[in-house]
Design a protein around this ligand. Structure first.
Ligand code: UD1
Ligand code: MG
Length: 446
C-alpha cells in the first residue's frame, strides 16, 4: 500500500491569523480536508500529517495519523520527523503540502504510478512540475538537457535561474528506502538555513538514481495558499469545480459565479439554482426543484418539485411539491409535509406542518404542530415564550386560524375549529369550536 506524508506544520504567517493555515475553510471545509480526500481517492490509506503543536487537538477530526514537528526547520526536516514516526518499509511514499486543496486524486495517483520502471531502472523520485507565469515564489526546476538536475529555491537562485518558468509544485513520490537515506544527508547551507526536501533531487542525481518529472497539465491544481488573496482565488476555483460536477449530473446553475456550493451535497436532476444562492452543510435537494435567487440552504433536506425563493432554510426537512418564499426563514428542526405553502415574511422555528398546510403571509410559528389542510391566516403569531420558557402550540386538521391571531402557548386548537381575526387564544379550543376576541371566547352557535 502507498503511504503519504502531508506537510502542515508551517505557521502560515502570511495569513495573519490566530488559526492554523490548513484549517482555514474553502467551500465549507478546511483546506486540509481536500488534500486528505484527494489522497484517499487515489487509494492512499495510510496518511501521516506533520503538524505544529497548535493543531494537536484539531487534527483528530480528520481521521489520520499525525506527528508534531516542534520546530519548523524546513520541509526536509518535516519529512524526517514523519519518517521517524512511521515503521520503516520498502514501498512508495507520496509527500504533499496541506495547503493545496485543489490537488486531485488523479494527479497524486499518476505521480505515484510514475515510479514504475519503463524499460531501465525504476526512478526513486517523481515530482510534479508546472509551467507558471513569472515572477513566482516557487522553486525552479533546473534541467540539463531533458534530465532534472536539481531544484533551486527562489532565495538561493541566480538571476538567470529566476527566468526558468518550470516550477516545483511541492508534490512528490519517493521510494521510501531511498528517501530515508537522502533525508538523513540533508544540510542547512542555504539562504534560509533550513533543511530543504527539494535538495533530495540533487542528492539522487549525484548518486546516479532516477528522478522523474511529471508535468501538471493545469497549474490551478497545484495552487498553494499562502495568504487570504490566494485563499479567495482557490475558493473560486473550487466552487467552479463543484458547480461543474453538478451541472454535468443534470442540474441547471444559472450563474455558477454566484452560486456557492460545498462538497457532499446531493442535488437531483433538472433542479434549477438561481443566482446568489448558498447551499451548505450536507443539504440535499430532490429533482425538479427551484432554489433561489438570493437563498441560503444549510442542512436542509428538500423533496422533489420544491420551490425556495429568496429565503433562508436551516436544519429543516421538506416534503414534495412545497412552495417557500419569497422572504421566509425556516430553522431549528422544522418539518414540512407535502404540498405545504409558506409565503412572504414567515418565520418557522422547530415546528411540524402537516401536508397542505398554508402559512401564506407575515407569521411566526415556533414550537408548533399544525395538522393537515389547516390555513394559518396572515399575521398569526405563536406566543411561545413566556419570558423564561418555550411552550408548544398544537393545532389540529382543517383549522381556520383567522388573520392576526395570537396563540398564547401552551395552547391547542382542535380539528375543524376556527379563530376569528385578531383573536388572542389563551385557552385550549375544542374541535369544531369557533372563537374570537381578546381573550378569545366561543362565538354563539349559528
Ligand atoms: C516549497 C518548496 C518549493 C515549492 C513550493 C510549492 C521547499 C524547500 N521548497 O516552498 O520548491 O515550489 O513549496 O508550494 O520544500 N512545512 C512544514 N514544516 C516545516 C516547513 C514547512 O510542515 O518546517 C510545510 C508547510 O506547512 C507547507 C509546506 O511544508 O505546507 C511547504 O512549506 P513552505 O514553507 O510553504 O515552502 P515554500 O517556501 O512554499
Ligand atoms: Mg508555500
Amino acid at each position: 500500500m502507498i503511504r503519504a506524508i502531508v506537510l502542515a506544520a508551517g505557521k502560515g504567517t502570511r495569513m495573519k491569523s490566530a488559526r492554523s493555515k490548513v484549517l482555514h475553510e474553502i467551500c465549507g471545509r478546511p483546506m486540509l480536508w481536500y488534500v486528505v480526500q484527494a489522497l484517499r481517492s487515489a487509494g492512499i490509506g495510510e496518511i501521516v500529517v506533520v503538524i505544529n503543536s497548535e493543531l494537536r487537538d484539531e487534527i483528530e477530526r480528520f481521521d489520520v495519523q499525525s506527528v508534531v514537528q516542534e520546530e519548523q526547520l524546513g520541509t526536509g526536516h518535516a519529512v524526517r520527523v514523519a519518517l521517524e514516526h512511521l515503521e520503516p518499509r520498502s514501498g512508495r511514499l507520496v509527500v504533499v503540502c496541506g495547503d493545496m486543496p485543489l490537488v486531485t486524486g488523479e494527479l497524486l495517483g499518476r505521480m505515484a504510478g510514475s515510479l514504475d520502471a519503463d524499460g531501465g531502472v525504476a526512478p526513486v523520485m517523481a515530482l510534479v512540475t508546472v509551467k507558471m507565469p513569472l515572477p513566482s515564489n516557487f522553486g525552479r526546476i533546473v534541467r540539463s538537457g531533458r534530465r532534472v538536475e536539481r531544484i533551486v529555491e527562489v532565495r538561493d537562485a541566480t538571476p538567470e535561474q529566476l527566468t526558468i518558468d518550470e516550477m516545483n509544485a511541492g508534490i512528490y513520490a519517493f521510494d521510501e528506502v531511498a528517501l530515508r537515506d537522502a533525508v538523513a544527508r540533508l544540510r542547512t547551507d542555504n539562504a534560509q538555513g533550513e533543511y530543504y526536501l527539494t535538495d533530495t533531487v540533487a542528492e539522487f542525481v549525484r548518486a546516479g538514481r532516477g528522478v522523474r518529472p511529471v508535468l501538471a497539465t493545469d497549474h490551478l491544481h497545484v495552487l498553494g495558499i499562502n495568504d487570504r488573496i490566494e485563499l479567495a482565488q482557490v475558493r473560486k476555483e473550487m466552487n467552479a469545480r463543484l458547480c461543474a460536477a453538478h451541472m454535468r449530473d443534470g442540474v441547471t446553475i444559472v450563474d455558477p459565479e454566484t452560486t456557492y456550493l460545498e462538497p457532499e451535497l446531493e442535488i437531483g436532476g433538472d433542479t434549477v439554482l438561481y443566482p446568489n444562492t448558498t447551499i451548505a452543510r450536507l443539504s440535499s435537494i430532490g429533482r425538479n426543484c427551484v432554489v433561489g435567487p438570493n437563498s441560503r440552504l444549510s442542512n436542509a433536506k428538500l423533496g422533489d418539485r420544491v420551490t425556495v425563493r429568496e429565503s433562508v432554510v436551516t436544519d429543516t426537512t421538506i416534503g414534495d411539491d412545497v412552495w417557500i418564499g419569497p422572504f421566509a426563514h425556516l430553522r431549528g428542526d422544522t418539518r414540512l409535509g407535502d404540498k405545504v405553502h409558506v409565503g412572504n415574511f414567515v418565520e418557522i422555528k422547530k415546528s411540524n406542518l402537516d401536508r397542505r398546510v398554508k402559512v401564506s403571509h407575515l407569521s411566526y410559528l415556533g414550537d408548533a404542530t399544525i395538522g393537515e389542510e389547516t390555513n394559518v391566516g396572515a399575521g398569526t403569531i405563536t406566543c411561545n415564550f413566556d419570558g423564561e420558557r418555550k411552550h408548544p402550540t398544537i393545532v389540529g386538521r382543517n383549522v381556520a386560524i383567522g388573520s392576526n391571531t395570537s396563540l398564547v402557548a401552551p395552547v391547542s386548537v382542535g380539528d375543524g375549529a376556527l379563530t376569528g381575526a385578531g383573536s388572542v387564544v389563551t385557552k385550549d379550543v375544542p374541535s369544531g369550536e369557533r372563537v374570537a376576541g381578546n381573550p378569545a371566547r366561543p362565538l354563539p352557535k349559528k
